[in-house]
Design a protein around this ligand. Sequence first.
Ligand code: FAD
Ligand code: SIN
Length: 531
Amino acid sequence: MAGRSRNGSDTDCLVIGSGAAGALYAYRAARAGLSVTLVTGAGALASGNSTYAQGGIVFEDQDAQSLRDDMAVATAGTTNPAALETLLEHGPRVVRDILVGELEVAFDRGADGGLRFTREGSHSRERIVFAKDQTGRAIVDAVHRRLTEMAADADAPGQVRILTGTVAIDLLTLSHSSTEPLDRYHPLTCVGAYVLDTASGEVTALRARRTVLATGGLGQIFLHSTNHPNTFGHGIAMAYRVGARVMDLEYVQFHPTVFLHPGAAPFLVSEALRGEGAVLVNGAGDRFMDRFHELGSLAPRDIIARSIHAELLKSDDTTVFLDATGLDRDYLLERFPTISARLREAGVDLSVEPIPVVPAAHYSCGGVHADMQGRTNVDRLSAIGEVACTGLHGANRLASTSLLECVVMADLAAATHAKELREVGPPMPEVRPWVMADRLPDEDLVTQDINVIRNTMWNYVGLVRTTRRLERATSLLYELKAEVDSFYAGNQLTRSLLNLRSAVQTALLVTYAALHNPRSEGCHFRTDDET
Ligand code: FAD
Ligand code: SIN
């Protein structure tokens, strides 16, 4: 029997994604009295790259000019000044008043009770606050705790409804989804999303006065990535399908230091380790970064990742090494407990031997074009956090500015919506029911197709790009997209099928952007640069 969707109850704000951006938005919007439905495809609120974030979050309330200067160096002068100024204006307030003050995030503190600060690559001073080596987890745990309390509290100012195991499939718009044919003549307007309950297989149309995409990045479209398993660019693909502007997608940042060791699962080794004094060396023990950049092991990430690539090509080595042996053992264990424990499990003691590392896809500087309030070119659709592209990160992001962008955008978007939604809006349109095919997808085929995408992106759209490689990727991905589209139409929806559909669309967008930008800049590096 073919399944049909039902209409879920309406809400002021539908938030898709419960990472740092989505969760903080939900908290702020509900505090302002709005009704909020927060959905995440994961089985629990704690999900996405936010739970993986290690190094920290920038808290610069002393010397804004030094941060401007460091942003200029890291992004090679490509940061969007309007986004940067908004971040400088609101960042200190959001960290101090909301994260530290209201939510009591467990940032590390010194003996005097004050916040501890560290630095990472391209930062000229210690301005990053952290919670050991699990900063993202500490932030989202604090917000999720508060949200869960609000969801259970009938007297809370706004209503919070939390739906886990709920994957957004497509955005609802007046033009695409309304049963009223004349609605298509209105400006492009988002009115919610179709969502799949992964437990029951049921699809629901959730209508909302504001829809907030907070679905994170796209790292898993690459074979080697630091990202959370389901990070396939869902939000970018969904927004693109309804006509949202996407931009800067060629700027995929590769993190230079991902642990790679036979028999052990790869994971990120924080740049904060270099901030505390660890250095990159090659197999011969040479501090090779000193040959590539005046900042040595603390050079911008794009430069380090490419330097590692060049260094490995010159040798038979498969990794370079992060050498923390010059640092005090007790300090390392106290400061980086999770990283040192994971390394120990893999048989590596970071205080006595260098850590084998390679670059891997880490962060999408591009995404759905938005201003710092999250506004997109689609009416009533916002994008916040990593799914958005405000231009803040330009062609290469500065470390520990992503979590800050997430929370600043979340706060500003919630405040904007609280003001806008004081007015009673137009009635919600009736939306077309979702009609689901009844055939179960071949999960092995889905897995193989995802592997093809990840290998294609790694081999042809990776750290070093050429026209020929990008053209090869384009033709492979176009062919696969045609297959996936027909496969998708004839099968029941599952989480993995939705991952595949988003992955192929996002991979094509990244490849298209890379192919059509002939200029090497930041993370986008072409050996056949035509400029
Ligand atoms: P995420 O935290 O990725 O959350 C996305 C949410 O969307 C999840 O809940 C997911 O389940 C949900 N979702 C996705 N698609 C759908 C869908 N279709 N339907 C429903 N739900 C969906 N940045 C820093 O500033 N400092 C750091 O120290 C730092 N360290 C990092 C370390 C690692 C290993 C990684 C991978 C990243 C790091 N970053 C760091 C980057 C930063 O963590 C991310 O950019 C940021 O956390 C993104 O937050 P987000 O809320 O936008 O998305
Ligand atoms: C890290 O801890 O190295 C990651 C920091 C970031 O991506 O901002």
